[in-house]
Ligand binder design. Structure first.
Ligand SMILES: Cc1cc2nc3c(=O)[nH]c(=O)nc-3n(C[C@H](O)[C@H](O)[C@H](O)COP(=O)(O)O)c2cc1C
Length: 208
């Protein structure tokens, strides 16, 4: 790493709520990130529900914007709430759209990590579900050290969803430091991008 090295990280929150704790975690991450890391937050609220017919007519502008932001980033930082033990539908939908991009710089081979704030388990179960989905997209997900914030603990967040707790900030800072190293260590060879999803590569023997 030299002094010129810059890491562009795309931050995506799985909550559309104005005072979302997860969006607050991403804003805190912007403040706490190592000097070489710049986190840009992408708002997924304009994305339509994934529909193959819509896709066949050409990506809507919000999907083009998502894919473009993804390609322009060296890594992706997801912040997920937990809804009924899983990630939010809107975040899964965003990942599904993004996974349809097979160009260089898409989720395939992209370093990624997940943080989250929520109930008693601090989104741990939602994170596990999202890890599985991201693994299928070919993203290279850093799981440890991990950030699972119990959002309803006193003094954790203010009423606007801004992170207050200094211990949590230190945890987040440590996670981002490790994510920086993870991203710098990873090589994204061109051939990795060439993999398509399973449905595209499975061929029935004897048929074209
Ligand atoms: C539909 C729904 C389902 C939820 N399910 C869970 C759950 O399974 N486990 C949990 O810990 N919290 C659950 N919650 C609470 C949310 O995780 C919590 O409100 C969290 O703060 C939402 O994230 P946000 O602050 O970023 O909007 C649920 C909330 C909603 C609206």
């Amino acid at each position: 790493m030299n002094s010129e090295t810059r890491l562009r990280v795309l931050g995506i929150s799985g909550s559309l709520r104005r005072a979302s704790f997860n969006s607050g975690l991403l804003r805190a991450a912007q403040e706490l990130a190592p000097d070489i890391m710049e986190i840009t937050i992408f708002d997924i609220r304009e994305l339509p529900l994934y529909n193959g017919d819509v896709e066949a007519q050409g990506d809507p502008p919000s999907v083009i914007a998502l894919k473009s932001a993804m390609r322009g980033a060296d890594a992706v930082l997801f912040a997920t709430p937990e809804y009924n033990l899983g990630t939010s539908g809107v975040l899964k939908n965003a990942v599904d759209w993004a996974s349809r991009d097979r160009e260089e710089g898409s989720l395939m081979g992209k370093p990624a990590t997940i943080i989250g704030a929520g109930g008693r388990a601090g989104t741990a179960r939602a994170q596990m579900q999202l890890q599985l989905t991201l693994a299928e997209t070919g993203s290279l997900v850093m799981v440890k050290p991990g950030v699972q914030v119990q959002a309803f603990a006193p003094q954790q967040f203010d009423s606007e969803g801004n992170l207050l707790d200094e211990t949590t900030k230190e945890l987040l800072r440590g996670h981002l430091d490790e994510f920086m190293k993870w991203t710098l260590r990873l090589v994204r060879p061109g051939e990795f991008v060439g993999h398509a999803c399973e449905m595209d590569v499975v061929r029935i023997p004897g048929q074209q």
